[in-house]
Design a protein around this ligand. Structure first.
Ligand code: R5P
Length: 310
């Protein structure tokens, strides 16, 4: 097995390598003076089972292009099998036409990865499960519960918990975690009654006096979580925390979260944290390296990955 890291999240790739007890393969991903990307794999990959680790996070286009060019270099270097390990799959939110003459960018990205020469994809908590069907190669979509659930059990031992989906789209994810934690479920229903009138947040479920744990796949601007936290507090929630897989945290997200009713935001290292994110005492970090490392190991040994999730 060989692991190759792109530039998007080297720390996570190194943690995965250390979990697996291997070193990252030598590869050089550099730029020409016009910023075109050049990749050189500096060791033999002929006949090898190769895993390319790259999140297509900000800057998404550069990171995606690095991934595609690395796969191409490996294909031309006669790797036996290439698995694109994409802890955070960017462009996932563009998974359907939202209006006339708009793209389905998630499908386009799936086509690009496949055309570049990937044989398999390993990713985590896709924004929408059906994106798996955009690929005509095998894809494993890991779920984050083995990382979040034991942590929530440890931190909130003895508390009456309510797992909250901050929007209707996330209900399946929140329900799954609620079941594992034997907790109640609540849902935030966002509704704009009239154009130009601000959104109304309805809380479906009982949160009064309870500790609310919101779970979501992505925190980007932070708007969804911060507004939901306010609505939960207005309904009498004792505390509001959030566990989110992919900390995109663009623009003024960190500032917004610091000023919000959220006590803590827990994110994973699927996306490399910026200095601002790292410095925030409101944001806590959990690593998915052991989970993803184990999935790489099982892929390489042709063993079940679903068995990881009980
Ligand atoms: C939406 O469907 C996603 O699950 C997230 O809730 C959303 O992307 C979060 O975005 P933001 O933090 O900008 O509100």
């Amino acid at each position: 097995m060989k692991l190759i890291a792109g530039n998007s999240n080297r720390a996570l790739a190194e943690s995965m390598a250390s979990y697996l007890g291997v070193s990252l393969a030598k590869a050089r991903i550099t730029r020409f003076s016009d910023m075109e990307i050049f990749v050189e794999i500096e060791e033999n990959v002929r006949g090898e089972d190769v895993f390319v680790i790259q999140s297509t996070s900000y800057p998404a286009n550069d990171n995606l292009m690095e991934l595609l060019i690395t796969i191409d270099a490996l294909k031309r270097g006669s790797a036996r099998r290439i698995t694109a390990v994409i802890p955070y799959f960017g462009y996932a939110r563009q998974d359907r036409k939202t209006g006339g003459r708009t793209p389905i960018s998630a499908k386009l990205v799936a086509n690009l990865i496949t055309s570049a020469g990937a044989d398999r994809v390993l990713t985590m908590e896709l924004h929408a499960g059906q994106i798996q069907g955009f690929f005509d190669i095998p894809l494993d979509n890991l779920i984050v519960s083995p990382v979040f659930v034991p942590e929530i059990q440890k931190i909130f031992k003895g508390e009456e918990l309510v797992l909250v989906s901050p929007d209707v789209g996330g209900v399946v994810r929140a329900r799954a975690q609620a079941k594992l934690l034997n907790a109640e479920l609540a849902i935030i229903d966002k509704r704009r009654e009239e154009a130009g009138v601000s959104e109304v947040m309805n809380v479906i479920g009982k949160v009064d006096g309870k500790v609310c744990i919101m779970v979501d796949d992505i925190v980007d601007s932070g708007g969804t979580l911060c507004n939901a936290a306010t609505a939960l507090k207005e309904q009498g929630a004792k505390e509001v925390h959030a566990y989110v897989v992919h900390g995109v945290l663009s623009g003024k997200a960190v500032e917004r979260i610091s000023d919000s009713a959220l006590e803590t935001l827990v994110i994973t290292d699927s996306i490399a944290a910026t200095d601002e994110v790292r410095k925030s005492n409101r944001v806590k970090h959990l690593s998915v390296a052991p989970l993803m490392g184990e999935a790489i190991k099982r892929t390489s040994e042709e063993r079940s990955i679903s068995a990881l999730f009980g």
